[in-house]
Design a protein around this ligand. Structure first.
Ligand SMILES: Cc1ncc(COP(=O)(O)O)c(C=O)c1O
Length: 449
């Protein structure tokens, strides 16, 4: 076994059962995890149960969770109202095949929260929720290409697994960055159908989209780019994008899989007052169960309706799964209560602003980007505005902070330097205080290096 850095020794000594489990399961499950993002050095921990803002691992450690299921658990784990509703639904039947009445109640709630959605279809994952509307947009416009930001993540289908995690030596002029497949197994010809633009750099975005307008069916964007970290839109970037795509006849798709119901009930489109043509939602939408969907303008969504002359395929065995819809409804009802997002944002601010203050007090250069309960801590001495700004962040310092904190029972989110973390409605002041204290210890050590 490789020697461990001093900052990971406590984690290693406290997670011996997780280590043994990992050694066992990786012979049967590639890398020993069910999604590659869960893997990190020196080994991942395995969870036995979760409640509120806490996880308990195989070794019995209680962990303050800022990963929150990688986004969905904004109410914390196993919220009593969601659990009660789900148990009642299980007794009534879990899988109907034929459509259930409750789907309409859910769609009505989604439409109220996100008024840009006139019609909505269900899916089961964020991947599906971005895959289907791209096809709908191609049918609607009669064009074939899509544009996506460099570094952005929109799920695991070939069209969007492009220009992600581009190595520094492969970066070229930001107006001409080619689409390159992320990982092996993606046909080269798909990249020819993808155009890449830089989120938050208006001049370059305008140039890329204008030059390619005749071929572009859709522009997909996370209105706060969380793929590759956390990048908050500046200088009316989204409003300019809305205006330009309308002028150019390109369907604007907001991927609100992660930001939907997180940065406001109506997602980032409410926070920044911009209406896309189509929105994809998932994660919080299902309150911890597999539920997703996409919706938007009637005339575009109508491409799905069977009719003479053909239509766009959309289907799925588990679409609008009754248990997931029930969990989603219970979650959205709680989130709809007045004052909820004020509280969620205040908890987020206390953690993200607090981390910045604590690091600065220790003389450690950091940049914190956050919008309420979503954010990231970058170890850098410069501003982080675009994905390119984060290419040279200090991954070793991030690892030191992350692993030190995890050893002390604080899980700062998706376990990679170019990701992000979340707060929930149920993190207490004490949880935030503890997170700041363990971070302060890490920053003190980092400052000495
Ligand atoms: C912005 C965004 N879009 C799409 C996806 C894909 O969602 P899923 O993992 O449910 O397929 C994710 C997942 O992290 C995401 O963050």
């Amino acid at each position: 076994m490789a020697a461990h850095a001093s900052y990971e020794k406590e984690y290693v000594s406290r997670t011996k059962k997780s280590r043994a489990h990992w050694e066992k399961v990786k012979k049967h499950i590639p890398a020993g995890v069910e999604s590659n993002v869960r893997l990190f050095d020196p080994h991942p921990f395995y969870v036995k149960r979760a409640k509120g803002p806490y996880l308990w691992d195989l070794d019995g450690n209680k962990i303050i969770d800022f990963a929150l299921g990688y986004g969905p658990m904004i109410l914390g784990h196993n919220h009593p109202a969601v659990a009660k509703a789900v148990k009642a639904q299980v007794d009534k039947g879990t899988m109907f095949g034929a459509s259930a009445e409750m789907a309409y109640e859910y769609v009505s709630m989604v439409k109220k929260a996100l008024p840009s959605i006139e019609m909505f279809r269900f899916a089961n994952s964020g991947t599906e929720a971005t895959m289907h509307p791209l096809r709908v947009a191609r049918a609607f416009t009669g064009k074939e290409k899509i544009a996506k930001p460099e570094g952005s993540y929109h799920g695991g289908h070939d069209y969007v697994l492009q220009a992600l995690d581009i190595p520094a030596d492969k970066l070229v002029d930001k107006r001409h960055q080619p689409a390159t497949p992320f990982g092996k197994g993606i046909p080269k010809c798909i990249s020819d159908l993808v155009v890449v633009y830089p989120f938050n750099d208006w001049e370059a975005t305008e140039d890329v989209l204008t030059r390619n307008a005749d071929d572009l069916a859709a522009v997909i964007i996370e209105p706060i780019q969380a793929g590759g970290g956390c990048f908050i839109p500046r200088d009316n970037y989204l409003k300019k994008l809305r205006k330009l795509t309308k002028e150019l006849g390109i369907v604007l798709i907001f991927d609100e899989v992660l930001t939907g119901f997180r940065v406001a009930l109506g997602g980032a489109q409410e926070r920044y007052d911009v209406k896309p043509d189509i929105t994809a939602i998932a994660k919080i939408a299902g309150g911890g169960y597999q539920l997703a969907g996409f919706g938007g303008k009637k005339e575009i969504m109508d491409e799905i309706t069977p009719k003479e002359g053909g239509n766009v395929y959309h289907g799925g065995t588990y679409n609008a799964h009754p248990v997931s819809v029930t969990a989603g409804l219970a979650t959205l009802k709680i989130l709809s209560k007045p004052g909820t997002y004020k509280k969620i944002d205040a908890i987020g601010d206390s953690l993200f602003h607090g981390l910045k203050d604590v690091a600065e007090d220790r003389g450690v250069d950091v940049w914190v980007e956050s919008a309420g309960s979503l954010g990231q801590l970058y170890f850098t001495d410069h501003e982080i505005k675009t994905w390119r700004d984060a290419v040279d962040i200090d991954g070793e310092k991030w690892r030191h902070w992350f692993m030190h904190s995890l050893g002390k029972g604080v899980f700062f989110g998706v376990p990679h330097a170019d990701e992000h973390f979340f707060t929930s409605l149920v993190h207490s002041e004490g949880d935030i205080q503890k997170a700041l204290e363990v971070s302060d210890e890490a920053f003190k050590q980092i400052a000495k290096q």
